[in-house]
Design a protein around this ligand. Structure first.
Ligand code: ADP
Ligand code: PAZ
Length: 330
């Protein structure tokens, strides 16, 4: 265990008598010190402001202290994955190895700020000349359409594992990893609260693909005969879990709902336009109801249990800044 990290109760002891653990936990300043001080600011103040999601605080310090070390670490992983892939192709005597994009899974609760993290990583990784083409895909496009969720009686379980077309998601990531020149991803509109049937994201010859969503780290389901198939995360080269205390995330969800009430919900096309007329107290009660019946239970039952599977956990404080980082070192 590092002197600046925190101990873990699980595991025995290593040769030096220290507690052994597959994780290393670094507080913010210890993690920030891993950024190469020789590198100038990777993003401008304006870029940072544009990347920040609704209600998500993001500033240059966060980029320098949290995301710069992370993008350096990820670049090491990208390089070594590329080398390993080339060695394996040599072993197979394949003369023209297919390109295999590096895939990053990004998980975490609704309203924890995954999309901001994903956008920052996308921009920063694209600044490295070795891998300029970084694509970002959110899994909400793979949700079943509302009509299908209704037919299955699970419209009030949007975001739960069964609300996604998991087979299509798996096919998508296999196509990406197989080096297909062009892969299409379906899209979702938060405004309409449904998938958009005719709108696809086109992913062309990417170097890196970030797949962001609540349930990207779900383990496989065990079939009746005891076997289990492949899952999305089997194709991840690295995974990040954005984490915060449950009460904090609930608060952020309610705060965001109140902000959306003054912005997006005013749009007559919004599924939530009906909430525009609610008083502040009624809006808080409605946001808390949605949280306590859908997003909160999904977090506890399905999302949180996948946290230990991530290579890296970014743990946020109430002000949305990352307080410590936990890396799987083994
Ligand atoms: N009802 C909504 N109307 C418009 N935008 C929304 C709505 N709900 C969420 N969003 C936006 O969609 C994005 C994804 O939100 P979410 O899935 O909660 O993930 P996260 O907060 O972890 O990024 C965020 O940028 C958020 O501001
Ligand atoms: C669309 C979502 C399931 C998130 O999907 P993701 O991109 O994580 O796959 C979520 O934002 C959502 O709408 N949940 C349903 C409950 C609610 O209205 O907040």
């Amino acid at each position: 265990m590092s002197s600046h990290g925190r101990g873990h109760p699980q595991g025995g002891h290593d040769d030096n008598g220290r507690e052994s653990s597959p994780y290393i936990e670094l507080n913010r300043s210890a993690w920030a010190a891993l950024a190469d001080s020789g590198i100038e600011d990777p993003l401008s103040e304006r870029e940072v402001a544009e990347l920040s999601g609704l209600g998500d605080e993001l500033d240059l310090d966060e980029v320098r202290e949290v995301y710069l070390p992370l993008s350096r670490l990820l670049s090491l992983y990208v390089e070594s994955a590329g080398q390993l892939h080339r060695h394996q192709e040599d072993f197979l005597h394949r003369r023209t190895p297919p390109r295999t994009p590096f895939v990053i899974g990004l998980a975490g609760s609704v309203a924890v700020g995954k999309s901001t993290t994903a956008r920052v990583l996308q921009q920063m990784l694209a600044h490295w000349p070795e891998h300029p083409n970084v694509a970002l895909v959110t899994t909400d496009g793979f949700l079943y359409p509302n009509a299908e969720l209704e037919r299955r009686g699970i419209l009030d379980r949007k975001g739960f594992p069964e609300s996604y077309d998991r087979r299509a998601l798996l096919r998508f990531v296999v196509d990406i990893k197989s080096g297909c020149d062009e892969v299409l991803a379906p899209t979702y509109s938060h405004l309409v609260y449904d998938v958009v049937p005719d709108e696809k994201v086109v992913i062309k010859r990417p170097d890196i693909v970030i797949i962001e969503g609540l349930n990207v780290l779900q383990p496989p389901r065990v079939r009746e005969d005891g076997t289990a198939g492949l899952v999305l995360s089997d194709f991840f080269d690295f995974s990040v879990y954005v984490d915060a205390g449950r009460d904090k995330i609930r608060q952020w969800y309610v705060d965001r709902f109140l902000r959306l009430r003054k912005t997006a919900f005013r749009d007559p096309g919004s599924y939530f336009a009906k909430y525009g007329a609610l008083s502040e107290d009624e809006a808080v009660a409605e946001a808390e109801r949605i949280w306590d019946t859908i997003n909160g239970p999904n977090l506890v039952q399905n999302v949180l249990p996948t946290r230990s599977r991530a290579n890296l956990v970014l743990r946020k404080d109430i002000d949305h800044s990352v307080r410590y980082v936990r890396l799987r070192k083994l």
